[in-house]
Design a protein around this ligand. Structure first.
Ligand code: 0X9
Ligand code: ZN
Length: 307
């Protein structure tokens, strides 16, 4: 594999080696948790980052549900480094890692990600074949078991928003859902990182109704954006997913929320469409630095609002 770089896009083999290295070089802070295999048999590995072995409050964050959104896995890698390197030199990070656990899945849709490196840069879905169709791939952000295959989703396998054979029919979705369910007592926040549009979204996506704590989620988003934009003045908007971007059903954030995880967010990182999914590597550093500020804001909020 290639040499791992934080300001470049890394292929899957390089990300795998990087994860092992993080765990071996920072064994006091990082553990790898195998949550099951993808459709094509690749192991999905969550990095558990945190000081304590106790099951304190936790934040689950995933990157790369959509294969072509390369800035997303780049951010998860950046954020892990931010945590491990900040632990010894930054009081804020030290406090977070002493009191919180981060579960970080750097690439959720690994098969799709590999496919974007080898066959089709613009691939979005996973790589499982459909029944009775020559088309491949389920949109994993339509496959979760919440209002499954309803608004903003399609039962036609050849579309980009195919919901799959059934709710949580896909290995990748099942593995994530099982992991979250088995840590439901500790996971207080769920954050899903996508691109692009520069938005922070929160439930609901499958209905225009407001979520019970919608006002609080809006205030958290506003605070996170004010941190984010303090660095480079990047313009972000926020709001309930359905009305702010478009309605979707079977999405990960709505599912996490339906399981009682009250702080559920989807980030759409840079840009607003000029380069879109093909965000140049020259923007990785700034995008990751500003997004780190937003995630730290949410983490601090969650920490001070969970007992
Ligand atoms: O369509 C999607 O899944 C997301 N946009 S993307 O361009 N990254 O594919 C939007 C998701 C909005 N819905 C939820 N947050 N549930
Ligand atoms: Zn996406």
């Amino acid at each position: 594999s290639q040499k791992h770089k934080y300001n470049k896009y890394n292929d899957w083999d390089t990300i795998t080696d990087w994860a092992s290295k993080m765990a071996s070089e920072h064994s006091d802070l990082v553990r790898l948790i195998d949550i099951g295999n993808t459709y094509e048999g690749r192991p999905m590995t969550v990095l558990r980052v945190g000081q304590s072995n106790a099951e304190g409050p936790a934040i689950f964050m995933d990157c790369g549900i959509h294969a072509r959104e390369w800035i997303s896995p780049a951010f998860c890698q950046w954020f892990v480094r931010e945590l491990v390197s900040g632990y010894s030199k930054n009081e804020e990070i030290k406090k977070l890692l002493t009191n919180l656990t981060f579960y970080i899945l750097p690439v959720l849709n690994i098969d799709g990600y590999v496919y974007t490196w080898t066959e089709d840069r613009m691939w979005r879905k996973n790589r499982s074949p459909a029944e009775d169709s020559d088309c491949f791939g389920t949109d994993l952000n339509r496959n979760f078991n919440v209002s499954w295959c309803d608004i903003g989703s399609s039962d036609e396998p050849c579309t980009e928003i195919y919901c799959g054979k059934s709710a949580q029919s896909e290995e990748e979705t099942k593995n994530v859902a099982n992991f979250i369910l088995s840590h439901l007592k500790s996971i207080k926040a769920y954050i899903s990182i996508h691109a692009f549009s520069q938005m922070i979204l929160y439930p609901y996506s499958y209905t225009y109704e407001l979520a019970p704590n919608s006002k609080e989620l809006g205030e958290i988003s506003k605070g996170a954006i004010s941190e984010l934009s303090s660095l480079y003045k990047t313009k972000y908007v926020y709001g309930p997913s359905a009305s702010t971007i478009y309605p979707t059903s079977g999405s990960s954030d709505d599912w996490a929320y339906s399981q009682g995880i009250q702080y559920s967010f989807t980030f759409e990182l840079r840009d607003t469409g000029k380069r879109g999914f093909l965000l140049p590597e020259s923007q990785i550093r700034a995008t990751c630095k500003e997004t780190t500020l937003a995630i730290k804001y949410i983490a601090n909020y969650v920490l001070s609002h969970s007992s």
